[in-house]
Design a protein around this ligand. Structure first.
Ligand code: SF4
Length: 238
């Protein structure tokens, strides 16, 4: 199982001060088109920490820059989530994905995290390919209150994922998308895409917005490609 870093109060300016986890790189599916090809989490400070966490493995002390950190395992993650006060908004995976075996989501692990999240307001994203077994795992987690967004690589992919009707959908947008000028776009099939407000407004964070946690939202959430390798990510999104 991959190593996890638990941050009880994030200092990430986009999430705002909420509990946030980071899961080691081995949780990411080999099929993700952004892997080593524009993934924002592979760059900058978060990229440095993510590599160090992956190298350290679960339940290990490790260093990232000047910070002394401690990784946990899946059981430790579930314990921490279960200890959160009821109704707490928390974000699973500022980097990383759901644990899997050769692309098949580990349903037992996802079930244990979903159970731990009961009465809390966790949300996350997945780039796993939506095979039938993965669809069943994601549908179950969402039905039981743990919001797992399906991540689209492009607007047409977001249409495909939406048609599964098992989970809310998010999508990577070309880097030049400026939410301050164009806050709403449409997919080729006419679905509404709202650009994440934290990407263009300084006064919005996940803590105040909470859109990605809402399973009943009517829109797809769009994230313009960003980070040092945004040109590569942008090519995928286009
Ligand atoms: S849309 Fe809202 S909840 Fe989702 S990432 Fe952006 S700020 Fe956070």
């Amino acid at each position: 199982m991959p190593a996890i870093l638990w941050t009880p109060i994030s200092s990430n300016v986009k999430t705002g001060p909420i509990p946030v986890s980071t899961t080691a790189k081995d949780s990411c599916p080999a099929t993700c088109p952004f892997m080593r090809n524009g993934c924002y989490a592979e760059q900058g400070g978060i990229g440095f920490m993510w590599s160090a966490l992956t190298k350290a493995g679960p339940n290990a002390a490790f260093k990232s820059g000047v910070a002394n950190l401690q990784s946990i395992d899946w059981e430790g993650l579930c314990d921490r989530v279960q200890a959160l006060p009821d109704a707490t908004l928390w974000r699973h995976n500022q980097a990383g994905d759901l644990p899997h075996n050769a692309g098949r989501i580990d349903r037992k692990a996802l079930r244990s995290l979903t159970r731990a999240n009961k009465n809390r307001r966790g949300f996350t994203y997945t780039h796993h390919v939506m095979t039938k077994p993965n669809q069943a795992a994601i549908a179950e987690a969402n039905k039981q209150g743990f919001t797992v967004n399906l991540s689209g690589n492009s607007l047409s992919h977001a249409d495909e994922l939406s048609k599964l009707a098992i989970a809310p959908v998010v999508v990577v947008l070309p880097a030049e998308t400026d939410g301050s000028k164009t806050p709403v776009l449409h997919t080729p099939e006419g679905r509404t895409v709202s650009v994440c407000p934290a990407t263009y407004r300084d006064d919005v964070t996940c803590k105040s917005c909470q859109l990605c946690q809402r399973q009943d939202r009517k829109c797809i959430v769009g994230f313009p490609a960003h980070g040092a390798a945004k040109a590569k990510a942008s090519k995928v999104a286009a």
